[in-house]
Design a protein around this ligand. Structure first.
Ligand code: TRP
Length: 449
């Protein structure tokens, strides 16, 4: 059994939690979702969801974790004698596996693209060549598989080092680098001819484009981006010091996460418009459309190298936060050592990743519910599993957990945020469960809007 550990400093805490949140969700997913859902109208809803729904949920996950010091499964057992609630934790652990499985494939693409950028693989290539290069790469099956496995090994080697010496130490170095690179890329984008058009696309809302599915996509994305709904923040909560103010931590992280998503949008769309490319190409936007932009842009290879290093950094600081919750669960509940837990998990995730990568090969029969395995996991987790997990967690904190315990955690025993508590509690007890139930019931087809 490991002894109780916590993050060593305030900067360390912020770096680790922000590292989890800021990831492929911001740099790969957010731009293509914004592109597909009409740009700024989607972004406004996304910002609203993040501020009013996601931040209170993050605070609630921290409460569960910090008050118990336990993994996402065990924490529920400590807080209520009703055994059924720990199933929520188990559901979260299953979700972590699923996300980690497809996430490592996308991160692997990032690794391969760093190599392409270094070997000058973008400059002067025609759109057809760029497109067919990507398709050929995916269709080999083995290339994305090897890259994904390398990524899983790298993630595991960090998590084996533990919280302080592994995860915290890495995040303290990589997160400032990430901030640096993204601001640099953004500044470069301001010099492109399509900058204004890109800005308009991201800033001038057309509310007629908003439908129920836009709102759903925004909610799902805000959970994915802030690592909510599967107990990841419960687990990190267990490492937060008791002096740290949970509301201000969640607010800081929420704002940082939003800023990076929007900065990534600003770094990407000016190029997309400058070179007359459609912003609606979907999940391949960052890997197909951007190389095209790089091929035409002065200094495109250098931009490309930095961009894909950014993708890699963002991905690995997040993937450790998918592995750690499963790992803490196995250490505390099944009493295995950290090394053995990590090896066990990476073995299982590697199998899933191999299937994911091969499911994208043309004509592959690795399909579930009419989609290839990769698309299925990508959609099922953020559109269904995360909202459902988040709903159950918020009902737990609002209705099952002891109110005084929640108050003491949120206000640090009455020392901060005392006035805000009743607003927070009203959101957690009524507003958020109501809104989320509406969406979850809609998804399940029980009500139709
Ligand atoms: N938030 C990360 C991103 O934006 C992904 C992530 C890490 C995640 N841990 C998670 C998503 C837990 C959901 C749940 O890329």
């Amino acid at each position: 059994m490991e002894k109780k550990v916590s993050f060593s400093s305030k900067f360390g805490t912020i770096a680790v939690v922000a590292g989890s949140c800021i990831g492929l969700g911001n740099i790969w997913r957010f731009p293509y979702l914004a592109g597909n859902n009409g740009g700024s109208a989607f972004i406004i809803i996304y910002i609203l969801c993040s501020l009013t729904i996601a931040i209170p949920i993050m605070m609630s996950e921290f409460v569960i974790g910090r008050s118990t010091g336990k993994n996402a499964f065990g924490a529920f057992n400590v807080l209520t004698p009703k055994k059924r609630w720990c199933l929520v934790g188990l559901f979260g652990i299953l979700t972590s596996f699923f996300i980690f499985g497809f996430y490592s494939v996308v991160a692997g693409w990032g690794i391969s693209f760093i190599q392409t950028a270094f070997t000058d693989g973008f400059t002067g290539r025609s759109p057809e060549i760029i497109h067919s290069n990507f398709i050929n790469y995916i269709n080999t099956g083995w290339k994305p598989t090897i890259a994904a496995l390398i990524f899983i090994i790298l993630t595991s080697s960090i998590v084996i080092g533990g919280i302080e010496r592994g995860i915290e130490r890495m995040n303290k170095v990589l997160m400032p680098m990430l901030a640096f690179i993204i601001i640099g890329l953004f500044l470069y984008s301001t010099s492109l001819a399509g900058f204004k058009e890109g800005m308009d696309f991201l800033l001038k809302p057309d509310f007629s484009k908003i439908t129920l599915s836009t709102i759903l996509a925004a909610i799902g994305q805000s959970f994915f981006s802030m690592s909510l709904g599967m107990g990841c923040m419960v687990t990190y909560g267990a490492y937060i010091k008791k002096e740290t103010s949970l509301p201000s931590l969640a607010l800081t992280i929420g704002l940082a996460d939003l800023s990076v998503a929007i900065l990534a949008g600003f770094a990407i769309f000016p190029g997309v418009f400058t070179f007359g490319i459609e912003p609606t190409s979907g999940p391949t936007l960052v890997f197909e459309t951007l190389p095209l932009v790089f091929s035409m842009m002065p200094g495109g290879n250098i931009f490309g190298i930095f961009f894909f290093i950014l993708v890699f950094i963002a991905a690995i600081t997040s993937s450790v936060s998918m592995l750690e919750p499963i790992c803490l669960f196995i250490i505390q509940e099944l009493k295995l050592s950290r090394v053995k837990s990590v090896l066990l998990i990476s073995f299982v995730v590697s199998i899933l990743a191999v299937f994911c990568a091969y499911s994208q090969v043309e004509g592959s029969s690795i399909r579930l519910f009419g989609q290839n395995l990769f698309d299925f996991l990508n959609n099922a987790t953020d559109k269904f599993m995360l909202p459902l997990g988040a709903l159950l967690i918020i009902i737990f904190v609002g209705w099952i957990a002891n109110k005084e315990l929640v108050r003491n955690q949120i206000t640090n025993n009455g020392n901060t945020f005392s006035k805000g508590f009743s607003i927070y509690y009203a959101f957690v007890r009524f507003i958020i469960p109501f809104v989320l139930s509406f969406f979850v019931l809609n998804l399940l087809g029980i009500i139709k809007w």
